[in-house]
Design a protein around this ligand. Structure first.
Ligand code: GRF
Length: 202
């Protein structure tokens, strides 16, 4: 079974979706550690409730991102991490972490990339006036929200939407496609060819 580490900074609803898919047998994997850069992130509570090791690594305790990430890497290695999931992790990854886990880091983004990378993607899309919004699971590389795309799901924008109602409906889809993408990864069904990810049939 693949050992997964989930990196979080906040409420952890995507972490919960992964935990639930493991517990209901959809995903055959194990979350061996959840690492947060925010001390009181609710995601840490979620992990503990499910008996998962939850670790806070304080970025302010290190003089540089490199040193901070070394500490994160230590926690990942200690738990034999094979796959890293970013789930609302609000930091850009540095070189060491990226190269230690090349093509083994996934992220969920609440927009149809490459449109609306970065923060508050749902609001950016809403304010731009898009008619179709959505979410993306992608591999993580050195470009922010720029790695090869694994899965995307569309959400139609309604006339009476606010950026918040839209974000809520996008989140529902995030909770579906993230476990789906992780399942493809752990079943070894993803093949990266340049910018394209081929999904192999089981
Ligand atoms: C999600 O919208 C995710 O797409 C984005 O950050 C948010 C995290 O939410 N990267 P949660 O912590 O998983 O509830």
């Amino acid at each position: 079974m693949t050992n997964i580490a989930v990196l979080v900074s906040g409420r952890g609803s995507n972490l919960q979706a992964i935990i639930d898919s493991i517990e209901d047998g959809y995903l055959k994997a194990r979350i061996s550690v959840v690492v947060s850069d925010v001390k009181n992130a609710y995601a840490l509570e979620r992990a503990k409730k499910h008996g998962i090791e939850a670790v806070f690594v304080d970025p302010d305790a290190f003089s540089s991102r490199e040193f901070y990430e070394e500490e994160v890497l230590k926690a990942l290695r200690k738990h034999n991490t094979e796959l890293i999931l970013l789930a609302g992790y609000m930091r850009i990854l540095g070189k060491n972490l990226l190269s230690a886990y090349k093509n083994r880091i996934l992220n969920i983004h609440p927009a149809l990339l490459p449109a609306f990378p970065g923060l508050h993607a749902q609001k950016q899309a809403f304010e731009h006036g898009v008619k179709v919004a959505g979410c993306t699971v992608h591999f993580v590389n050195e470009t922010l929200d720029g790695g090869a795309i694994i899965l995307q799901r569309c959400v139609e924008v309604r006339e009476d939407d606010t950026d918040e109602t839209l974000a809520d409906r996008i989140l529902e889809q995030e909770h579906k496609i993230y476990p789906e993408a992780v399942k493809l990864f752990v079943e070894n069904r993803l093949s990266i060819e340049g910018r394209k990810v081929k999904i192999l049939h089981s």
